[in-house]
Write a new protein. Structure first.
Length: 311
């Protein structure tokens, strides 16, 4: 009897073990099938996004005060006939867009100003120069022009929802430092991943005979990807006018940047912008001359505030 009982228990254990193994195998098969479905869904979603069209539009509201922290770093190295000079500069500022209203055409009207600047520069063989408008009462001579405009309206801008500037009334003359226009232009029509659009402009350069020549350039934009409602846009400067004169190239050097823009499609505004410069020109002032230009500009959205209602 004892032997029979042991045999029965052994058969029961074998059957129980087999059942558990079968259940485990079924569970593993189920998980594998689920993972396969998720993988397939992911694979299917990728090409679908490539086929989608996205509308990029500004969606600013009256009463908003939109701030961007702007940091600009530049290093310029020049060498002419064995004599070299290095110049380094660093600036930090707060850009403000004070949104007023919409005009009769639905365009956005805002005032552009700079709330503060913190600047520093150093040229080899000279003492560094600095100015922080938040704590320095009198700017040094090098920054007097900038100190005079801080905290004052620079421009009254009217732009469309695609960033096209319809009108711009400058209270103070603006200096183009090659960091792009006051707005980032967007395509007026929906675009797909990989689509491009451009913004043309001209640069006046001085030739060796002292005459002025207009050089055509453009900023080429490309929609790289869209994730979580944020569009990633690349930007690249391109010279359209043929240029083979190193003297002219040295005057264009700070206008030739490339970078990346993050645009929030839900709130309709730029989240961040980064431009980089890395250019070298040789023989711009004789055969034994060389110029290297390195720079980076970052612009980052600061938490927006709502201004008091205007009366």
């Amino acid at each position: 009897m004892f032997a029979v009982d042991i045999a029965r228990r052994a058969r029961w254990l074998v059957r129980a073990g087999s059942t558990r193994l079968n259940r485990c195998a079924i569970g593993i098969s189920f998980i594998a099938a689920a993972l396969s479905s998720v993988s397939q869904a992911t694979d299917d979603a990728a090409p679908n996004q490539a086929d989608r069209s996205f509308q990029l539009q500004y969606k600013l509201k009256p009463g908003e005060q939109i701030r961007y922290e702007v940091v600009h770093l530049v290093t310029v190295k020049t060498e002419v006939q064995g004599s070299g000079q290095n110049n380094q500069s660093r600036s930090k500022s707060m850009k403000l867009w004070d949104v007023h209203d919409f005009d009769t055409q639905g365009s956005i009207v805002f005032t552009h100003s700079i709330e503060y600047v913190d600047m520093w520069s150093e040229t080899s063989g000279r003492q560094p120069v600095s100015y922080d408008s938040r704590k320095d009462n009198d700017p040094p001579v090098q920054y007097e022009a900038i100190g005079d405009v801080v905290g004052k309206p620079l421009s009254l801008v009217t732009m469309t929802s695609s960033g096209e500037v319809v009108s711009r009334e400058d209270e103070i003359k603006q200096i183009d430092l090659g960091m792009g226009g006051i707005t980032v232009p967007l395509p007026s029509n929906p675009v797909k991943i990989g689509d491009t659009w451009s913004s043309p402009s001209t640069v006046a350069v001085r030739l060796e005979d002292m005459t002025i020549k207009q050089i055509k350039i453009r900023q080429l934009y490309r929609l790289e990807k869209v994730a979580a409602g944020v569009a990633t846009i690349s930007v690249n400067s391109q010279v359209l006018t043929p240029v083979d004169d190193a003297r002219v190239q040295s005057q264009l050097i700070q206008r030739l940047s490339k970078g990346e823009i993050k645009f929030d499609m839900d709130t309709g505004r730029v989240l961040s912008k980064q431009l980089d410069w890395d250019e070298t020109v040789v023989s711009f002032s004789g055969p034994a001359s060389r110029m290297e230009y390195l720079g980076r500009m970052t612009e980052t959205l600061v938490e927006p505030r709502v201004a008091r209602a205007r009366r």
